[in-house]
Design a protein around this ligand. Structure first.
Ligand code: IVH
Length: 757
């Protein structure tokens, strides 16, 4: 596997680490000595008693029965806090409960036969959350293919990128896609020094203490040196932590007997077990690890490792389990049908496998090809996850409701009797759009078939008309939006799209924008989903994404009850929310731009804008200039992957007063991390390159990637910024424009010499 580009974010790391420290508090201090926790007085609440606990603070426990009840309660809250990250009482109430239990134990020891469980089994509270680690080499995810056509496209795309002639083989390796969670292990001089979860791919969680509890067979603490595979000075191994099915069933049985959390599937069990704040719990869980590649290897003279299978052979020699004991296959893609047959075979054996898998990962065997292919957005071009057919199940619709999207799109959603679809409980499924409901004739009390593929939102596949009541009637798409002002619904694209006409006045639409801004792909603010956004909105505390960043200072002000005192909240959960928001301030610039929902700005375009201008302010200024001035406009149009329509949509978005207001406020409250500027030292550092005409020796995509890796910025059309135009046969307008502007032109051969290939 090629060494992926380092993406260290010192800033993010610094902040996150401070965060980790600040989080240590609370029950650890409260251990032993009774301690009255002082809440800071809130506006308008001075003098009011702060104790809001239902447990009477100093009432002693009178009997063993009372003690046992209180102890069970204490354990339950400990499990909610430590194992499930879901505290349900305030710290003050917890502390009071704990004091009563400990006081009873103190008074009854040692005469009583039972042990002092509160002290011995609960112990000090670990720091809340894990410290964060910036990955030296980013952890990518995989692109998916869901059917044969998409898989054929992948092969075609790859061959085209590599400019392979028909006779040139492309060898592909197939491996089961194990359904667990990815883990990155760093070894220095052969010793395991760091284990980190994927997190957002750039910053993960430090779970070293937990990884150390896995057996040697899966995670060697010291690499084994063998002749031919000496120990590297530094090695970053990538792989999957998972739980075998039998182990998962046994764990759930034990959990049930102990009245503890039951896991929905082996993946959740693996994730829940690895992400334990207390590593002694992880130690009791049957976790396994399989290494599927490396992120980086330094300081050793390995034999020529030119295939992915070669990488795995090294990993195996160092002591890892590799996807070798699993059925793997290396095939030439001359026989794509064979690859599909391999996929089909694994799929048919799926139910009998020892572990859950959700598809086959197909990888290009040649590391040289992998290196040339590189990555796009957050996934390598050299691999694809070819998923298995979606899991299906039947359930009963209880209601059909409209969900309002951030752009006003109204999606009909079926609310269902919860049903297990391939290990995940599903209670809502999309019905896509009015036309789909009409076509499938799905009705509000129908029995329906559902399907779920990977992380894709569950879908209603079809209704069972034979199972419906006689008087049932087709569902009529509502004519008004569920928003409080009941805006009119507008149908577009022959009923394939329904839209709320309320715009900025539609509350659910505004809420959906905030939800998108904080979602996983955007700022990734943990604990801030639809429900919390709705609560914050109802309380009048948040109207725009920018409001989140002043929430902590406004909390509890102006006769507002502090969030910690809201139903279902506590001091811990409120503090966690504020901390997660705080961490969002330094999210990457790409994520902030993506989160804004600017029309046509997905992750790739966001990355292009962020790389070009490096700050929120510079991007806005460029767009404002572009609205006034043709040359600036052309520069935006010329960005790689941009076109006139897209540039126009973005410039118009920036010209809207309400967007301006939001954007400028965000400039003040956020300090986003700009993307790393590509190599400043490459052969094309500082150049802005445009390709035109045909290239003879490599594909346009590869030429662009190569230019970028050498420090150039690639543009799609010639502008005043362009410094180099690579001309091939058939170049027309762009070639002439370059000449007119006096820009240096190169033919393919000259360009190849410049980049040294
Ligand atoms: S190779 C760019 N091989 O699937 C990452 N991944 O959905 C290269 N996964 O994040 C990954 N089994 O955690 C690879 N045999 C396998 C895998 C595998 C499971 C996971 C991996 C990745 C996720 C993407």
């Amino acid at each position: 596997m090629p060494s992926e580009k380092a993406n260290s974010k010192a800033q993010a790391k610094g902040k996150a680490q401070t965060k980790g420290k600040a989080q240590t508090k609370g029950k650890a201090q409260a251990k032993g000595k009774a301690q009255t926790k002082k809440s800071k007085p809130r506006n308008g609440q001075q003098g009011k008693p702060q104790g809001k606990s239902k447990v009477s603070v100093d009432t002693p426990l009178k009997s063993k029965a009372e003690y046992q009840k209180a102890l069970a309660e204490l354990k339950r809250h400990d499990a909610l806090y430590h194992q499930e990250d879901n505290p349900q009482i305030s710290d003050a109430a917890y502390d009071a409960l704990r004091r009563r239990v400990e006081a009873y134990e103190e008074a009854n020891q040692p005469e009583d036969l039972f042990t002092s469980e509160a002290k011995h089994s609960i112990g000090a509270k670990p720091a809340r959350g894990f410290s964060k680690v910036a990955h030296e080499a980013a952890l990518y995810s995989l692109a998916n293919s869901f059917d044969e056509e998409e898989f054929h496209d992948f092969i075609e795309r790859t061959r085209k990128f590599l400019s392979l002639k028909d006779a040139e083989p492309l060898v592909i390796r197939g491996e089961p896609k194990i359904d667990g969670l990815s883990l990155s292990l760093t070894y220095e001089n052969g010793e395991l020094v760091l284990a980190a979860t994927r997190g957002d791919g750039s910053v993960g969680e430090n779970v070293t203490a937990n990884a150390l509890t896995l057996s040697e067979e899966y995670i060697p603490k010291k690499l084994k040196a063998k002749s031919g595979t000496p120990i590297p000075a530094k090695l970053i191994v990538r792989g999957e932590v998972y739980m075998a099915r039998d182990d998962f069933l046994a764990l759930n049985k034990a959990q049930e007997a102990a009245g503890a959390k039951i896991f929905a599937n082996p993946r959740n069990a693996a994730a829940g077990s690895l992400r334990q704040l207390d590593s002694t719990i992880t130690a009791t869980r049957p976790l396994r690890f399989v290494a599927y590649g490396w992120g980086e290897v330094q300081g050793t003279l390995l034999p020529q490792v030119d295939t992915i299978s070669g990488v795995l052979a090294c990993l195996k020699a160092w002591g890892f389990s590799v996807p070798e004991q699993f059925p793997c296959k290396v095939l030439s893609s001359d026989s794509v049908e064979d690859l599909l047959a391999y996929h089909g075979k694994l799929e048919s054996q799926r139910a009998d496998m020892e572990f859950d898998m959700d598809g086959v990962v197909f990888k290009i065997e040649s590391r040289a090809y992998c290196k040339r292919l590189g990555a796009v957005a957050r996934a390598p071009r050299w691999a694809i996850a070819h998923k298995f057919a979606p899991e299906r199940a039947e359930s009963q619709i209880e209601a059909i409701e409209l969900q309002v999207g951030r752009l006003g799109t109204l999606t009909p959603v079926a609310h269902l009797k919860p049903v297990n679809v391939g290990g995940v409980m599903v209670s809502r499924a999309t019905l896509h759009n009015p036309e789909e409901i009409r076509r499938k004739d799905v009705r509000p009390d129908d029995r329906v078939e559902l399907q779920r593929a990977g992380d894709v939102i569950p879908q209603v596949v079809r209704a069972f008309p034979e199972k419906r009541k006689k008087n049932s009637k087709p569902w009529k798409f509502p004519t008004t939006c569920p928003c409080p002002i009941k805006s009119k619904v507008v149908l577009q694209e022959n009923g394939k799209r329904a839209e709320c006409s309320g715009g900025a006045k539609c509350v659910p639409q505004q809420q959906a924008r905030i939800v998108h801004f904080v979602s996983r792909a955007a700022l990734d603010i943990e604990g801030l989903g639809e429900k919390v956004v709705e609560q914050l909105w109802q309380a009048g505390l948040v109207r725009t994404p920018a409001d989140l960043f002043t929430l902590a200072e406004r909390d509890g002000g102006q006769d507002n009850k502090p969030i910690a005192e809201w139903e279902g909240w506590g001091e811990t959960s409120a503090r966690n929310l504020f901390e997660a928001i705080e961490a969002g301030r330094s999210a990457s610039l790409v994520r902030v731009l993506f989160g804004l929902g600017i029309p046509m700005v997905g992750e790739v375009a966001a990355e292009t804008l962020a790389t070009r201008w490096q700050s929120l302010t510079a991007i806005r200024q460029a767009m404002e200039q572009a609205a006034k001035n043709e040359a600036e406009r052309n520069e935006i149009i010329s960005l790689d992957g941009f076109a006139e329509k897209m540039a126009e949509a973005i410039i118009n978005w920036f010209a809207e007063p309400e967007n301006q207001l939001l954007y400028k406020t965000l400039e003040e409250v956020l300090s986003p991390t700009p993307p790393q500027v590509r190599s400043k030292t490459g052969a094309l550092a500082g150049e802005v390159v445009v390709f035109t005409g045909k290239l003879e020796t490599m594909s346009r995509s590869e030429a662009k990637e190569l230019s970028k890796s050498q420090g150039a910025r690639v543009a799609s059309s010639v502008s005043k910024e362009t410094t180099l135009v690579v001309l091939g046969p058939g170049s027309g307008k762009k070639g002439r424009a370059a000449e007119a502007l006096g820009i240096t032109t190169l033919d393919e051969e000259q360009w190849r010499r410049r980049v040294g290939v």
